[in-house]
Design a protein around this ligand. Sequence first.
Ligand code: HEM
Length: 399
Amino acid sequence: MLDEVWARGKHHTAGMNDDIAPPANAIAAVTHPNPYPWYAALRQGPALVRDEGLRLWVASRAEVVREVLANSAMRVRPAAEPVPRAIAGTPAGELFGRLVRMNDGAAHAAHKPALQRALAGLDLPAAHAGVLKVAARMPAAPLSDACFALPVAGVAHLLGFADEELPRVLDWMRDFVACLSPLSTAVQLQAASEAAEALMTRFEQLVAGEPAREGTLLAAVRAQAPGDTSRALLANLAGLLSQTCEATAGLLGNSLVALAREPGLGRAIESQPAWLNALVQEVARHDPPVQNTRRFVAETTIVAGTALEAGDAVLLMLGAANRDPALNPAPASFELKRTDRQTLGFGYGTHVCPGQALACTVAAAGVEALLAGGIDTAALFERGWDYRPSVNARIPVFR
Ligand code: HEM
């Protein structure tokens, strides 16, 4: 049903408006009004396509994306640049370099299980209620800012930060995540380092101080890593906020886009609030906020019959893979009631996102709060939206 409405979207297209040129490449696709027909054509082609302009191998089919994510010759960072040059040797670089997301091997194995078990043990209905409480005290406008602020404030609240500290945490996080993008300026990189330093100091105080309040995510992580006060733990606690930030802003924003494109969807959710979660999960499959991730070849290997050399980089198009008919039947169709929904939008294998259930809960609570605040999705559709410049995250900016 949604695709029919997409087909009449006068501002943003999605499969239909012939006057919009297809994306120039797999990176431009991330923020293209509708990259999905182009993804479909790419999936029909070779399993791995070499893009000389981007200096990347590109994988778009689900089976190939999975194969790469399961290949032990692949790493999450290039061997020669474990931390991006722009932040190496700075506080932002230290935080980045300690994240499980950015490490393989021992550094990854040392902290991922604690995060995973703590997140898996969360009481999701209580988390939903907590995020609603936080949302009720936050400004809902401008909407695009609310999409960023709400998830981070929600997860900070779940970690145990007091209400009065939430604005400060939001500032730190906005500043820090800017350094994760290759598009950041020197001023943003400096601000990111200041924020990283402040975050590490604050988590150090929290870990060294009174025992964390029962029921908080901080208490849960600490219970899974007893006695651990290492800087790696502190960085990964801050990482829970940074991993939340852009991806969940995109999931919340893209859920509003789905509601704007399909008026029937809003009515369906009003009549059955339990479908809120299905909405967010279908958006995470159909129009995912993290459109791609990368892997770097550490030693010669073969992927889908193609030999790759050490130093090669592979772009895994999660947004394309989610629409692979081999992964989900009728993949272009937006179906609330889809059974056995499969998504690669949260990764796969060793590095799979441990925050998937929390992210969906937070985004669902965000949608609920914004709808309760009277957001008019028909007006959103009329005004339209663009996408924030990014090489991997699809985050709408509402006009
Ligand atoms: C819509 C929201 C989110 C999306 C789409 C998302 C997506 C992803 C993806 C694709 C990866 C794997 C990257 C790769 O293998 O290259 C990942 C990893 C990770 N995510 Fe999420 N994520 C979201 C929210 C969250 C939240 C809310 C948390 C925690 C509070 C979180 C924590 C993590 C962590 C710690 C990792 C690193 C796991 C590892 O490297 O082993 N994410 N996420």
